[in-house]
Design a protein around this ligand. Structure first.
Ligand code: SAM
Length: 172
């Protein structure tokens, strides 16, 4: 009997995990975190500094927003659809005592105004980037830098390309 309960619990966990993966892909991009060394490269590439307000669209576990505030003195906002990762990043923000500088909003980034950003970071996918172009162009101020990890913003002029790090910089 105990064996059956254990099998049932494991099956349930596997199904829940699969639903979570499919959902992640459906909303725009699954969670594949940028390595911490690449986050550092990304933030240097975008020339992030104290006067900046950085938005990470699809902020995952919050590593980009935390590093932007901690190492570069920027204000940072993450938007994340996954409640588990959003909760985790809130814990990390608290642990690093960054609550005055970093916040993470839960939901679909298409539903939030990002007009006060001076830097936007992306690590999403082809289709999410394609859909985002209109929003970025409409809401962001001239001069705002966008760094995209791996994925292009189709038909946009690339300001800089770091081939080794696989990063693209765009300026509105
Ligand atoms: C590839 S991960 C990148 C995470 C983080 N930016 C990094 O570079 O480590 C993409 C993240 O975007 C989130 N995401 C995808 N589409 C989203 C949407 N429409 N609104 C909010 N979050 C989204 C996913 O849940 C996932 O955590």
């Amino acid at each position: 009997m105990t064996n059956w309960i254990a099998i049932f619990v494991v099956e349930l966990a596997v199904i829940a995990f699969m639903i979570w993966i499919v959902w992640s892909v459906a909303i725009g991009a699954p969670w594949v975190p940028t390595s911490k060394s690449k986050v550092l490269t990304m933030l240097k590439f975008a020339n992030v500094g104290e006067g900046d307000t950085l938005y990470d669209l699809g902020s995952g576990d919050g590593r980009i927003i935390i590093m932007a505030a901690k190492e570069f003195g920027a204000k940072a906002v993450g938007i994340e659809a996954d409640p588990i990762r959003q909760m985790w990043s809130r814990l990390m923000i608290r642990r690093h005592k960054l609550r005055d500088h970093v916040k993470v909003l839960r939901g679909n980034f298409f539903n939030f105004d990002i007009g006060d950003a001076s830097v936007v970071t992306l690590y999403l996918g082809v289709s999410a980037n394609n859909k985002l172009r209109e929003k970025l162009f409409k809401e962001l101020k001239p001069g705002t830098r966008i760094v995209s990890h791996h994925f292009l913003l189709r038909d946009w002029e690339i300001a800089e390309h770091d081939e080794k790090a696989d990063l693209y910089l765009y300026v509105i």
